[in-house]
Design a protein around this ligand. Structure first.
Ligand SMILES: Cc1ncc(COP(=O)(O)O)c(C=O)c1O
Length: 379
């Protein structure tokens, strides 16, 4: 992993085991490797054209096919922009679909760039707080009626949710959809973790909940999380109506978003079309890792509490019972030589939390758990 030169493995010194940024430690799927190697072997790095069409249109078609097949959700490829990454898409959507000073609601704790996309563009963060319940974290719709000031114009919805691993089900999504329609909100639905769901669950795309929901929803997706290829930089941005797409492009011309390179395009096409077998094996491993991590923490480190993630390869660990005198992320980095994502980067009040990425081998996870155990014992 260190030889590959990755953000995850190279940020900290070699004595530290990383389980922070959402990147997986597995070998890439063979169909993706072949697709990328094929480009290189053929020296095929010209301005690309595929079947007389710009290749990003093939990504839009493949996205539409995939959504239909997996979720019975009909998507118009012509309302799909192919961009380089989800964070870019998010900044662009917030910029185009709201004005400076307006309120943008976001589930908290939140993937840090969501907050960045609101603050950096001069909008106001309306932090929609998670309530821990027996079934995991949830977000109470009553919060909206407490009249946040300024009122929300746009909601950034992350489902499945990073960092808690919570996956909202049909009832919660339908209630949210009713609220969104009644209050004329725009929704940017980040569904990058949609494939990585456990125990036979099936993700429900927010925009699939009906035409009124769809026409106000921008869905963000990519193959990069599920297939462990975030470096290829290719993502899609789907607008649930032509009117919403036109409202967006009137402010942000698609040319301003740049174009995804041919490596990202071919890797995405190979992943979505031919990578399913690889993905199923990885998903089975991840579910095993989720169960293993939860069982070990429960049995041997009861001072760390968590709701087992229903989706994602991320676990949101509540270390508040350890009563540490510093953020939990600092404690584990220095005492255990384990790098988690620090809780306070997801929510200023969450310094007793860390986010663990368990998308690795059993050998590495055992070493991480062992280091945590020792650090807790000797604290
Ligand atoms: C919810 C969520 N959205 C977006 C991203 C980043 O996507 P990209 O690399 O395409 O910007 C991540 C990465 O961890 C994520 O968890």
């Amino acid at each position: 992993m260190r030889r590959r030169g990755s953000l995850k493995w190279d940020r900290y010194d070699p004595s530290v085991l990383p389980c922070w940024v959402a990147d997986m430690d597995f070998d890439m799927a063979d169909p993706i490797r072949r697709a990328v190697a094929g480009l290189s072997a053929a020296g095929a790095f010209h301005y690309p054209l595929r079947r007389s069409r710009p290749p990003d249109r093939l990504v839009a078609d493949a996205f539409a096919e995939r959504m239909e097949k997996r979720y019975a959700w009909s998507v118009d490829p012509d309302c799909t922009l192919v961009v380089t990454d989800l964070v870019q898409a998010l900044y662009a959507a917030v910029t185009a679909l709201t004005r400076k000073g307006e309120g943008v609601a976001v589930q908290v704790p939140t993937y840090p760039p969501f907050r960045g996309a609101i603050e950096d563009t001069g909008r106001q963060v309306l932090a929609w707080p998670a309530n821990p319940g027996p079934g995991g974290y949830g977000w109470d719709l009553g919060w909206f009626s407490q009249d946040p000031r300024p009122p929300a114009k746009l909601l950034i919805l992350c489902n499945p949710h990073n960092p808690t691993g919570r996956m909202l089900g049909r009832k919660e999504l339908s209630e949210l959809a009713d609220h969104v329609v009644r209050n004329d909100l725009i929704v940017v639905a980040d569904e990058i973790h949609a494939d990585i769901v456990y125990d036979g669950r099936v993700h429900i795309p927010f925009a699939s909940l009906g035409p009124e929901v769809s026409r106000r929803t921008v869905t963000l997706q990519s193959a990069t999380k599920s297939f462990g290829i975030p470096g290829v930089r290719c993502a899609v941005m789907h607008f649930g109506s032509r009117a919403l797409l036109e409202r967006f492009t009137a402010v942000v011309h698609p040319r301003l978003l740049g174009q995804c390179g041919i490596v990202g395009i071919e890797a995405t096409l190979a992943a979505w079309r031919d990578g399913q077998e690889w993905f199923e094996a990885v998903l089975a491993h991840l579910q095993g890792m989720r169960d293993y991590v939860c069982a070990v923490l429960r049995a041997e480190m009861p001072e760390i509490r968590l709701h087992p993630p229903q989706a994602t390869y991320l676990a949101w660990l509540d270390c508040s019972a350890m009563a540490l005198d510093r953020p939990a992320g600092d404690f584990f980095l220095h005492q255990a030589k384990v790098a988690f994502s620090a809780g306070q980067t997801f929510d200023p009040q969450s310094s007793p939390f860390v986010r663990m990425n368990f998308a690795t081998s059993t050998t590495i996870i055992d070493e991480i758990l062992d280091r945590m155990r020792q650090a807790i014992r000797h604290r």
